[in-house]
Design a protein around this ligand. Structure first.
Ligand code: FAD
Length: 388
């Protein structure tokens, strides 16, 4: 691909930069893992949506600008560089939406996406269960046919943002006679439906960033005459295939665009300029900052390659697992370097300290790095399966 941006890309960058300069709140919003902060972040999403800045690569009819994925990467670079608020809609716009574009009925797109773009519906991901995390196919929550739809039952856990979110998407066993990856169906349901109990779980910082979800006969309509009204994405009993589309986006592209890491690198270089003379040479910070810089740029180039492959009709695949291991490890190393640069002062710096604590979860969410290494070993390198 041509790495020199054309006029259209450059003018898009200038427009996004100017818009963010005029609109990014001057003070950080309260944490989105609190009720107040969640609504403040929803309001920010609405400000973006009003100017079609919330989902730039989507078709215009759903609230986007129909720009190519390459422009979306530019948007993300500018977004992170500007210090704009975190995206409370990220589960919807970065995980569910790409899945819908690939698998949903057009009526479902029309019904769901405009509301998602405006943050009228903020989504939680209801995949993990108490006994099914890495081994997601062992999940036990069920979907049973009933008059006019389905009844969902079971328990989900570690659902980010679901303490305050409006709707959720997850996998349920629809055929109890089928084993493992077969007989699962991908559902969307309302977190305020009768039968849903949301129990917040406090994170390290005490804020309810996660929720446990208890589902008891939660009704999801499924009218075959009006597929757009259905809460099922893709075919019944074929949910694993749909879920792999979500996972590939989560690991391989949309959840962690390079702009995030480029912005962290810029901050790291600034910290290095300020503190490099006071850090003991044993901390080896010069080389670690250089490594972070190289890693962020390597990730940027690799993402451009992914995006040009997708633009040429390709698909995300198991190579997404390599991405996921790379960005999650990079994030920890960059934050550790920043803390080492600041020495004891680091404890006074909330941005780096909070970022460091969050980076530690990177090797766990979106599928643990041990599991990604299994995928890389078995499916990409063709190594024999280990004993399980
Ligand atoms: C910040 C954060 C946000 C999250 N958000 C969500 C969310 O929104 N929705 C959601 O559904 N879930 C979410 N999760 C949950 C996450 O998906 C799970 O924690 C993850 O899949 C691991 O599952 P587990 O916690 O049950 O650990 P386990 O599966 O019990 O694994 C425990 C350890 O054993 C290792 N292990 C397990 N099996 C193997 C194997 N075969 N080979 C080698 N090692 C193995 C794992 O790598 C891990 O280190 C989130 C987690 C975090 C940390």
């Amino acid at each position: 691909m041509d790495l020199l941006f054309d006029d259209a890309a450059q003018s898009f960058r200038a427009e996004v930069r100017a818009w963010l300069g005029a609109h990014v709140p001057s003070e950080p919003l309260p944490s989105m893992d609190t009720a107040e902060g969640f609504e403040a972040h929803r309001e920010w999403e609405r400000i973006m949506a009003a100017d079609r800045m919330s989902v730039v690569s989507w078709p215009t009819e759903y609230g986007g600008r129909d720009v190519p994925l390459l422009h979306w990467l530019i948007f993300e670079e500018e977004y992170y560089r500007s210090g704009a608020p975190g995206r409370v809609s990220q589960n919807g716009i970065f995980l569910l939406a790409p899945t819908l574009f690939e698998h949903a009925h057009p009526d479902q797109l029309a019904r769901i996406l405009p509301r998602m773009a405006r943050a009228d519906d903020i989504w939680g991901q209801a995949w993990s269960e108490p006994e099914a995390g890495s081994d997601l196919a062992s999940l036990r929550s069920t979907a049973t046919r009933t008059e006019g739809g389905w009844l969902l039952n079971g328990q989900k856990t570690w659902s980010s943002r679901s303490s305050f979110a409006d709707r959720a998407f997850g996998l349920f066993r629809s055929d109890t006679t089928a084993k493992r990856h077969r007989g699962l169906t991908y559902f969307m349901f309302d977190l305020r439906s009768p039968g849903v109990t949301v129990r917040p779980i406090a994170q390290l910082d005490g804020e309810p960033g996660f929720a446990e979800l208890f589902l008891s006969d939660v009704f999801v309509p499924d009218d075959p005459a009006k597929p757009g009204d259905s809460g099922v994405i893709g075919d019944v009993d074929n949910g694993w295939r749909v879920a792999m589309s979500t996972a590939a986006n989560e690991r391989g592209l949309s959840l962690r665009p390079p702009g995030r890491f480029l912005a962290t690198t810029d901050r790291l270089v600034e910290a290095w300029k300020t503190h490099r003379d006071t850090v003991p040479s044993t901390a080896n910070v010069d080389a670690r900052v250089a490594d972070a810089w190289i890693g962020a740029r390597a990730y940027e180039l690799s993402t451009y390659q992914t995006v040009s492959r997708l633009a040429a009709g390709g698909q995300l695949g198991t190579e997404s697992s390599i991405n996921k291991v790379f960005w999650s490890q990079w994030d920890i190393a960059a934050h550790e370097t920043a803390l080492d640069l600041q020495g004891v002062d680091a404890e006074l710096d909330d941005a780096w300290t909070d970022g460091y604590l969050f980076s530690l979860s990177g090797p766990i969410y979106a599928g643990t790095n041990e599991i990604q290494r299994n995928v890389i070993a078995e499916r990409l390198l063709g190594l024999p399966r280990g004993d399980r």
